[in-house]
Design a protein around this ligand. Structure first.
Ligand code: ATP
Ligand code: LTN
Length: 336
């Protein structure tokens, strides 16, 4: 009997070029994207429009937008198999965001945890973009009609709001948007800072943050200084409540080696934290080495990276404009 070919499901996600990529971004997001390329049709972008909700040094933002593309590719996101693009190269994102602004409630946006956190952190620049950020994110997603949006746990609330906006719009105008699902990895969903096991790994705490382009010496030093726990037991055991530091290191080790927590406990039985911390550091160093080397090589080939961005923008615009046209028609904009 002839087999009917099912079209591939679609995935879409983005990361802001607001700082250099770190191990949290890699394990919580990019690695999972790269692992799924054969199963899904994938769209990944650098969310530079989102980045200016916080003041940026223009030259730095430009540098990071290119360097982030090099790092995506070095992490295994093959531009021949994934559509990789820069958000500001596809005007439809900003265009749809405006329409969706008119279908999103003030109260909904006021409840967003990220808005509350960021407005507390940047008190002198609580701009309207920071407030409407989730609507732009909804536009990013809905333009591409994806089935899944792979993100870390911290972005789940935004994907849920996206679903609410899409359902509201569809209930007025018919089936315009596909309702996407968040896709949250089981391990690596939240990597904590090496010096702050109670807070997620973040570039704003550079000491406990391992950047993808860090040298092996820097990584070794950071793991040496990793906070373990002050319990008397001092053995390697997964216990998020009483041993957050050790549990975080175990999550990193487990995600990179594929070993289960029990296997790790057995491996380090009787060895204590002194042997465990450098062992995790070594696994990270070896895993990141080829990524750093490939990213450095690609950064020297600006013509190639520009080409990837150009092709990505064309492919992304084709899909995005199709949705935008449909939306414009539905809301009653006169078409010529
Ligand atoms: P910051 O470092 O300022 O907290 P960020 O690194 O979180 O910012 P984002 O663009 O917000 O940058 O995150 C990109 C992706 O990486 C998102 O899917 C997010 O969920 C994921 N991510 C970020 N930090 C972590 C982390 N510590 N653990 C797991 N996933 C993370
Ligand atoms: N808000 C996300 C980045 C982001 C995103 C998106 C993720 C912007 N648009 C669309 C998934 C889909 C963040 O800060 N991590």
């Amino acid at each position: 009997m002839e087999e009917t070919l099912q079209p591939k499901k679609r995935m879409l996600s983005g990361i802001q070029p607001s700082g250099d990529l770190h191990l949290g971004n890699y394990l919580g997001a990019i690695k999972n994207w790269a692992d799924r390329v054969n199963e899904y049709e994938c769209y990944y972008f650098m969310a530079d429009l989102h980045t200016i909700t916080v003041r940026q040094e223009p030259a730095e933002l430009r540098r990071r937008s290119l360097s982030q593309l090099a790092q995506y590719i070095a992490c295994g996101l093959d531009p021949e198999k994934n559509v990789l693009f820069l958000q500001s190269h596809v005007p439809a994102h900003a265009q749809l965001a405006w329409v969706l602004d008119c279908y999103t409630m003030f109260g909904e946006l006021s409840r967003m945890t990220q808005f509350k956190d960021k407005s507390a952190k940047y008190k002198d620049n609580i701009n309207a973009g920071l407030f409407t950020y989730p609507v732009l994110m909804a536009a990013d997603i809905l333009l591409y009609q994806p089935d899944y949006v792979p993100v870390g746990e911290d972005q789940k609330q935004h994907v849920e709001l996206t679903r609410d906006i899409a359902q509201r719009f569809n209930s007025i105008y018919g089936d315009v948007f596909k309702i996407p699902e968040p896709f949250i990895p089981k391990t690596g969903a939240r990597i904590y800072g090496l010096t702050t096991p109670e807070a997620k790994m973040s570039k704003s705490i550079p000491d406990g943050c391992v950047f993808l382009l860090d040298s092996p010496d820097d990584i070794r030093r950071k793991f040496k200084k990793a906070v373990t726990d002050s319990d008397t037991e001092r053995c390697v055991r997964f216990d998020k409540v009483n041993k957050p530091g050790v549990s975080n290191l175990m999550s990193i080790y487990s995600t990179l080696t594929g070993k289960t927590f029990e296997q790790i406990e057995q491996e380090f039985e009787g060895k204590g934290y002194g042997a465990f911390k450098p062992a995790v550091g070594d696994v990270v160093i070896e895993h990141l080495r080829p990524i750093r080397e490939e990213a450095e090589r690609l950064m020297k080939d600006k013509a190639y990276l520009n080409d990837v961005y150009l092709k990505g923008a064309q492919q992304a615009s084709y899909v995005a404009n199709k949705t935008l046209r449909k939306v414009y028609k539905k809301v009653g904009f006169y078409q010529i």
